[in-house]
Design a protein around this ligand. Structure first.
Ligand code: DQA
Length: 234
C-alpha cells in the first residue's frame, strides 16, 4: 500500500468527523470534506471501519482519533485500548490526533507515525468554558511537543468569549494551528477561525455532530471557500 502523505499548507482544510457508525456505509469525496476524521473511540476498529478506510484510500485522507473520556471520548476507553485502535488504523492514516496531555504517553506510537509520514495533531478540549491564557499555554505545549498542528476546542459562553477567541486566533500568526469554539457560538467561531488561518476546521459527516456547535462538513467547506481570509495588520 502506498502511504498517504498529507501536507498542511496555509489553506484552511475542512475535516468531516465521524462518530456515527451508520455513516461508515457512505462514500465521501473531497466535495464533502478535505479529510475524514474517524473517531475510533466511538467506532472501534471492526470490519466496517477497515472497509471504510480501504474504500477511501487514495480518495480522501483519513485522520484517526481515539479520544480520552476526559476530553469527550466515547465508551470510557483505557489508554491501552485507545493505543490499540490507533495502531490498527495507522496504516491508513494521513494524520493522527491525540490529546496534548497524552503526548508523552504516546511518544513511541507518535514516533512510529512520524516515521511513516503521518502528520501529528496535538489537541486539547474545554467543554466548560474558555480560558484565553490556558488555551495559549496548551497550544504552545503542543508546539514544543512537535505537533504539525496545535489544536484547541473551547466552549464559548457569551459574546465576550467570542471576541476574546477572535483576538486569540488573530494573534497566532505563523503558528500552524487549529482552533474552534463549541456551543451556541461554535458555528460562527469556526468561520472566523478559518478566516484567520485555522488549518483544520471541523464539521460532521453522517447525521450526528461529534461536538456541540459543528456544521455539516460539506456546508462548512462551502462557506469557507466563499469567505475571504482576514489579514491582520499588527
Ligand atoms: O477534537 C476534535 C474537535 C471536535 O471536538 C470539534 O469541536 O469539532 C470534534 C472531534 O471529533 C475532534 O476530534
Amino acid at each position: 500500500m502506498v502511504f498517504p502523505v498529507l501536507s498542511f499548507s496555509s489553506h484552511p482544510l475542512t475535516v468531516g468527523a465521524i462518530t456515527d457508525a451508520k455513516a461508515l456505509a457512505g462514500n465521501f469525496g473531497t466535495e464533502s470534506a478535505d479529510l475524514v476524521e474517524l473517531r475510533l473511540d466511538a467506532l472501534g476498529s471492526g470490519q466496517a471501519v477497515i472497509d471504510f478506510a480501504q474504500r477511501h484510500h487514495g480518495q480522501i485522507p483519513l485522520l484517526i482519533t481515539a479520544r480520552t473520556p476526559e476530553e469527550g471520548g466515547a465508551n470510557q476507553l483505557a489508554f491501552e485500548k485507545r493505543l490499540e485502535l490507533l495502531q490498527i488504523l495507522l496504516p491508513y492514516a494521513a494524520a493522527v490526533d491525540v490529546e496534548v496531555a497524552q503526548a508523552e504517553a504516546y511518544s513511541d506510537f507518535l514516533g512510529e507515525a512520524r516515521a511513516n509520514g503521518t502528520k501529528v495533531v496535538l489537541s486539547s478540549h474545554d467543554f466548560v468554558g474558555f480560558d484565553h491564557v490556558a488555551t495559549l499555554e496548551r497550544l504552545s505545549l503542543a508546539q514544543s511537543a512537535g505537533a504539525d498542528v496545535a489544536k484547541a476546542a473551547v466552549t464559548l459562553r457569551d459574546p465576550v468569549d467570542l471576541t476574546l477567541f477572535e483576538s486569540l486566533v488573530a494573534g497566532l500568526g505563523e503558528v500552524p494551528f487549529s482552533l474552534m469554539g463549541m456551543g451556541a457560538y461554535g458555528p460562527i467561531s469556526r468561520i472566523l477561525a478559518a478566516q484567520h488561518g485555522s488549518l483544520l476546521n471541523y464539521g460532521f459527516l453522517g447525521d450526528e455532530p461529534t461536538a456541540p456547535g459543528q456544521w455539516p462538513a460539506r456546508l462548512l467547506k462551502e462557506v469557507i471557500a466563499n469567505t475571504p481570509a482576514i489579514a491582520v495588520k499588527n
